[in-house]
Design a protein around this ligand. Sequence first.
Ligand code: DAH
Length: 441
Amino acid sequence: MIQLASRRAAAHISQQWRCKNHLPHRKTAAAATFSTLKTTTPQACTPSLAPLGKYADPSRYLQPHPNNNITPHIASLVGRDLHLRPSHPIGIIRSKIQEYFASLSTSSTADGTTYKIFDAEDPIVTTQQCFDDLRIPPDHPGRAPSDTYYITDTKLLRTHTSAHQSQHLRSGVDAFLCCGDVYRRDEIDATHYPAFHQMEGVKLMSTEAMIGANGLNEEEWLQSPECQLIEADLKATLEGLMDHLFGPTKKRWNEDFFPFTQPSFELEIYHNDEWMEVLGCGVIHEQVLYLSNRSDRRGWAFGLGLERLAMILFKIPDIRLFWTEDERFHRQFKEGKIVEFQPYSKFPPVFKDIAFWTSDKHTTSDNFVENDFFDIVRSTAGDLVERIELIDSFTHPKTGRSSRCYRISYRSMDRNLTNEEIDELQFKVRDETSTLGCQLR
Ligand code: DAH
């Protein structure tokens, strides 16, 4: 179960930016959908008891721009700073990774690299930072409002920590680690949550080691000893990181594609009898360096998802647990220690189905965006939603209208749910769903 869950969580690392895994193009979220949502407060959002960070201010995110598709639930997650809490599994993993990179500058094989640490940057970034500086083209599905939370048409919640690469390179930093919360509109199940955490790493090689890199065309560069040196340094560094986190582990490298690196790779580790993808990385694309005014340098970059690693290392079965304030969760973890999570309870789920035509009765043209529906459910029921599954879909042979039926599993991680409270939530979900232009059945 955990293995299966963890494998699916790989989507959170990098799927969005891979060309080979382009998501099907979906239609733009209707802005109107969210204007109704903005007035609702999520029913079952765990209140945060821990001190909130400086970005915890929903009014920064819920702005009256026609392209704003941020829900109150999402706005309430920003600034929780799980990665900065020393005894939170996400904070523990962050420290372990930083500790490994710090050890590289003092180990016997050290090359003198010191990684500057950034872990408190503003999660609001521009489309320039998040996409253009990284060569992600305007028509890339990962930029679509169906996949990304926009504040205005040029400001958004970062979808990956790579959004900070160019700014740090431009300001002259040669090696850094950058950790933070990132946001993506996505499906709902045990391994997908619209907010999660990533760690980005970047290292530029010394100018002396790259002397032969000047004046080469693309093909010559990819074959050059300099490019191969970067690749070898990148792979050795990340293999060392995996051994530091998991103990000596079997690993394998696969070729990959990201617009911002060339060549690009993914690393898999063998854990609990299966291969699992843990990160994406590569040699920084020449043009990314050019756009950051660092054409004179070459180097590597990687990005990894912290939830995925934490779910594997702490055996945490549901991604929502990272956001709970339940003491029974938090008292199990201590700064610097990786321990196996002991489930404190498993309360029974409550299932509710919802079926609707994805257009209203007068038209067959359908603007249904699945992530809009998922956001509606999450905004209404908060973290009580465990999973949403499409259990049936068909097109009526005569009218040509399409219908979908979803099963929503509600389950609290902390208490028993009553049928009445879930009925009430389900009513609200139905009401909100009709604002999507769907006709309930
Ligand atoms: N930003 C990518 C993602 O979230 C992950 C990634 C891949 C980061 C390759 C990198 C990299 O720095 O070189 O999907």
